[in-house]
Ligand binder design. Sequence first.
Ligand code: DHE
Length: 518
Amino acid sequence: MIRRIVFPSALILGLILAAGLRADPAALYAEHCAACHGADRFGAIGPALIPETLGRMRGPDLGAVIANGRAQTQMPAFGETLPEAEIAALAAFVTAPVAEVPAWGAAEIAATRALNAGYAAADAPVFAGDPLNLFVVVETGDHHVSVLDGDSFEVLDHFPTPFAVHGGPKFTPDGRHVFIMSRDGWVQKYDLWSLQEVGRIRAGLNSRNIAISEDGRWIAVANYLPATLVLLDAGDLTAARVIDVADRDGVPSRISAVYQAPERQSFILALKDAAEIWEVSTVETGPPVHEGFVHSYEAGMEEALAVETGLFARRRIPIDEPIDDFFFSPDYRFLIGASREGGRGVVVNLTVGREVAELPLPGFPHLGSGISWIRDGRRVMATPHLKEAKLSIIDMESWEVVCTIETAGPGFFLRSHPESRYFWADVFFGPNRDAVHVIDKQSLEIVKTLRPVPGATAAHVEFDRSGGHALLSIWADDGAVIVYDAHTLEELRRIPMRKPSGKYNVWNKITFADGTSH
Ligand code: DHE
C-alpha cells in the first residue's frame, strides 16, 4: 500500500531540526536526486530543482512530491525509503539558492538541441478541420499540450511538453508551427499540420518568455539565468546569437519579458534589474532610427548608447525605474509599463525613446494580461491587479485611468475578441477564485458572473476564430475546458483536461486580434 504523506509547511523546519546532523542534505541529494535532476540541480532528464523555478510552481508542496512521487512521470515516491526528516531536509535543500550558475553559452545550448528523428513534414494538414482555428491548450497537470479542433472541439493530439510550460506559445505567421517554452529554458517546436514535434533546445537555465519575429525567422528567448537574450533560428532551432544582458555600466540584468513589435520589425524587452528598455532589430537593415530619439540620452552617454547596426542591432532606451510588466499600444509606438511594487505605471514613447506619461496603478497591475479595444470611438485598455479586487480601464490617448471596476477578487487574465461585445475577467485569488466576470466593453458593467465548478479555480479564456465560442479552463487535476456560446453565455460542453492553464487560438494569435494576449 502506498503511504500518502502530506507535509504542513510549519512542520518542515521542526523536522529538520529534529533530524539534527543525521540528514546531510547535499549527500542525500547526490544519492537520490542528482542522477535525474543534475549534480548541479539545473536539470537533466528531470527538471531543474532551483528556487527560481520551484518557488513559482503551484501545486502540492515539495515534501509531498518527494514522498509521494508524481503520477505519470518518472519521479518515484521516496516515502517508503526515506524518513520524514530526510525528505524535509531535501525539500529545504532544493529550495535554497544555488551558489554557482553553470556556464550556459552557445556551446552548451547547442549541445542540447534534439531534433525528432521520426518527424515527417506533411504537405497539407493531416486532419480535416480549419488549421487556423486550432487551439493549443497547455495542460499543466500532466505537462502536455492538447491540440483542439476549434469547430468540432475534437482533441487532435495530446503531446508531452518540457516540464512547467509558462507563458503564451508563439506561432509562425502562417500558423503552421508553434513554439512552446518551459521555465527550465526549453523551447519546443511543434508542427500543427503534421501533428508532430519537430525538436527542442534548451536556450536558458531559467527562462521568462519567448517571442517570434514578425517574419517568423527568429525566436527570442528572455532568460533570468543566465542573464542572456538568446536568438534562435526558428527553422532549425540553432542558436544564432547569445547576447549578454547588462546595463550601460556592464551590470548583468535579468529580462522581465520580450515581445515582438510587428510594426517595428523588432523585439522589445525590458530589463528587470536595470532602468532600460531594449529594442533589438530583426531585419538586416538594423533598428529603425527615429528622428528625435537620441536627444533623450543623457549627456556623456553617447558612446555607451551608440546605435548598433544590422540584424539583432540593439538600441537602449533609458527610463526612470526598471519595469516588471508591460503592454503596448496596437501600433507599438507606446509601451505601458509598471514595476509591480511601485504603485505607478509609465508610458514610454518607443519612437522618441522617453517617458511621456505616468499612471496611478497601485495593487500590482498585471499589464502583461492587458487587452485593448475601442470604446465610444477611443481606444481603451484594461488591466487586472494581482493584489486588488479591481480592473483599471485606461484611456490610451489621454493616458488617464477612466474608471475602475470592482471584482469579486484579484484576477490574472483578461480576454476578448473583435466580434464580442464582452470581455472576460477571471478572479484568480481568494475565496471567489471559482468565479469569472463577463463585462460589457461599452457600459463596463458586469453582465454575468459565471461559477461553473464551485470551489475550483476557473481562469483564462480564449475565443475561437469567429468569436462565437469562448473557452474557459478549470484549473484542477481532473479539470476541463468549458466551451461557452460567447453571445448567449450558455455552457455548451466540457472537455476533460488535466489542469489546463492557457489556451491559444491560432487565428487570434497570428492576427493579433484585439482582446488577445501577445
Ligand atoms: Fe505568467 C504569461 C509573468 C505567474 C500563467 N506570465 C506571462 C507573461 C509574463 C508572465 C511576463 C507573458 C509572457 C508571454 O506570454 O510571452 N507570471 C508572470 C509573473 O511575473 C508571475 C506573476 C510570477 C512568476 O511566476 O513568474 C507569473 N503565470 C504565473 C502563474 O502562477 C501562472 C498562473 C501559472 C503558471 O503556469 O506558472 C501563470 N502566465 C501564465 C499564462 C500565461 C502567462 C497561462 C499566458 C497568458 C496568455 O494568454 O498569453
